[in-house]
Design a protein around this ligand. Sequence first.
Ligand code: ARG
Length: 457
Amino acid sequence: TTNYTWAGRFSEPMAERVKRYTSSVDFDKRMWRQDIRGSLAHARMLARQGIIAAADLADIERGMAQVVTEIESGQFAWSLDLEDVHLNIEKRLTTLVGDAGKRLHTGRSRNDQVATDIRLYLRDTIDEILVLLGDFRRALIELADKEAATPMPGFTHLQVAQPVTFGHHLLAYFEMFGRDAERFADCRKRTNRLPLGAAALAGTTYPIDREFVAEQLGFEGVCENSLDAVSDRDFAIEFCAACALTMTHISRLSEELVLWMNPRVGFVRIADRFCTGSSIMPQKKNPDVPELARGKTGRVTGSLMSLLTLMKGQPLAYNKDNQEDKEPLFDAADTVTDTLAIFAEMIAGVSARPDNMRAALTQGFATATDLADYLVRKGLPFRDAHEAVGLAVRRAEELGVDLPQLPLTELQAFSPLIGEDVFAVLTVEGSLAARNHIGGTAPEQVRAAIARARSRL
Ligand code: ARG
């Protein structure tokens, strides 16, 4: 068959190569539910306004129900000749119900139709992502709760810095993914506007009721300007930006999981069902899931770059360039939903190895800052305390011990202010408990943060 949608103007059929080049049905057919939902809302509005007859609407509704059945059961014959999801469905409808099917496109263009489909699709996807982010954040809280008082080294420059609790560390990610959820929710507001009624670009001559269509489709309002409605994809770019940031956070967590489960570090175990083996080295247990997630972050960032670049040179209003928005957008959406779903489950399969965490804490003078703070409390200016402790660390390093192992007499050589009470300050527990303010790592504060986090979800 040939594409007769615009045969009137043309004297020869489209070249095969061009057909393949310009068609999008292979990737936009995934929006078929949104396309049909939009068409039905449009048809109801047309009938309500007396633009088509009630009988036409009845035919359209009956035909679309049949189309839904065919697509769901896999019988629907998608055709490249019909370019995209919109023309495929409209053509099948017309075959099924005749003239009523041909009336559906009254007062509409594929330009406002596709923009509507994408917005509906993204709105659904955002809602799915928000649920997944909720599950994932709940899993982080559960693990944080278990490990609220478990000491581990906190790092700067990947060197042992100060003691923190594992729970505190996990809650840092809870915050990051919380902001990601806010970004998606915010993007949803601007996505949730109706383009239909803009038609090709200038609006339409029929007495349409856009508010009615918006209401039918659950949009918060209509796009105010017809040219803008069909041509901008900023909502999709925002969505990809939110996806890229979410994946960036996933990637940082992944990097840590890879490091933590490395046998030389051994801070955590990841349940076997989330690991893979080696085809040659029998001893291996590899963190393939976090590594893959770290890798997939690149393609999501790529999607954001693709869409920004796609948009930057386009004059108003619609240009076919916009057909290229879908693959990066869908890829970003799929990658983020898959990744969040697997991470929510995987976090529940992560367990701490407190002994290894504690052993690492004794190897980096993790309580040096506590010693400096101790001297400050005894009256020494902080800069002088910093220097004194620096010298003490140097001595401890020479002797191959950690600060608490230095005898009191050794310590007193660096400051006469040091007394017997210093040793309580130099313990990991003392260091943790001392950071007892909102946002601090004291177990008491971590537990309070967990309670607040629970109430926020
Ligand atoms: N498949 C097209 C897209 O994704 C639909 C709109 C086509 N409009 C047009 N004037 N060629 O953007």
